[in-house]
Design a protein around this ligand. Sequence first.
Ligand code: SF4
Length: 456
Amino acid sequence: MPSPSLAPTDEQRRPGLQAGRLPAAEIERRFADAHPALNAVQAQLEADRCLFCWAAPCVAACPTGIDIPSFIARIAQGNLRGAARTILQANPLGGMCARVCPTEVLCEQACVRQAQEGKPVRIGELQRHATDALFADPGVPLFTRAPATGRRVAVVGAGPAGLACAHGLAREGHAVVVFEARAKGGGLNEYGLARYKTPDGFAQRELQWLLSIGGMELRCGQVLGRDFTLDGLRRDFDAVFLGLGLAGVNALGIPEPEAEGLRSAVDFIAELRQASDLAALPVGRDVVVIGGGMTAIDAAVQSRLLGASQVTIAYRRGPDAMPASREEQRWAQTQGVTIRHWVTPKAVRASEGRVQGLQLVGTTVVDGRLVEAGDAFELPADMILRAIGQAYVPGPAGADIALAAGRIRTDDEGRTSLQGVWAGGDCRAGGRDLTVEAVEHGKRAARSIHLQLCRA
Ligand code: SF4
């Protein structure tokens, strides 16, 4: 993706929330694929760099345990369909994970080539090469569904965890109904990731491929607690999987005035992902994003791509503590985003119902505790995006389900405290909120549910 020009245009200089800061064609150009796919020659050369290690450390570092040397060997042999089979066998959402996994802290960090040369095999891009080839020409089904068992499972949430679970159960011959609150399936893949990571409707193409296994019914616009209850699902189905995600957004911890321009980064990204015309989307001239995770990076970079003149990420600790990797931080900086570490918000300044600035103060660590240090200062801001994490909202699932650290407590297989109810993805306690981890939760829960149904 081309970097945005650092010289602001007149439109970019206009204060306040403004749509069309750049010509539509320029915005489209900026939102093109962030990392264009490898071509056949590049993929071949990269596959040839793999040492096909025995007890490969890259496999152990992949939360879904993809047999990485095997799929790379198949690419090297020109067998892209076989490579895709190896990937999707272990990770049915391997196409999306190839685009959004932080490989620099997972498989590629563990790669032997990284230790030897400081340059890992580009595993994520090879994974994308193989899965893109399959989605471009799926041919006969890669996996076949077992004969119908007559057992029914409800999955709540059509995000990565729910879809991985549903697909695994459907393959075993169970009938799965997936209840999704939003208008489309895909969860964060459809609503929560930067647009330039998943262009060309990839989340929906992947969803259609998953559904093509058969035995999965997707019901959108169905809200737990409004259109159905957990008790009802437990009564009507043989098992239930909860992939609820995190519906709440953490507050800043300072007064948040009702003012135009102050909003959640999650909502901003969702609106941007669903927009049919990016040039019609308002964005500030001076944008401040508060937080340090992937949501903060995605919101900040996309604000810049829409034409914001100055975009700053404000994070309360140093670069090593940021949930977004060093690679992601560098990426944001190359797109013109300024990252200010060791600062925390003190006050939102608003006037006439509009955000005008954000007051911040420095931070430091004393005796292991983060404390304020130095004088307060203000950044001009006509748009402030909160990206300081999301929270599990327990209400819809009912009060009976046990929690740990504010999320659903499960065992390793995803079993909750309620008989016949499993959970996975971000709503489950103890995870790192990664797409690939959510897929593994769904996979393990599907295996556990299947074994339970076989025994019953
Ligand atoms: Fe290939 Fe690197 Fe994995 Fe070894 S660690 S098998 S070189 S990708």
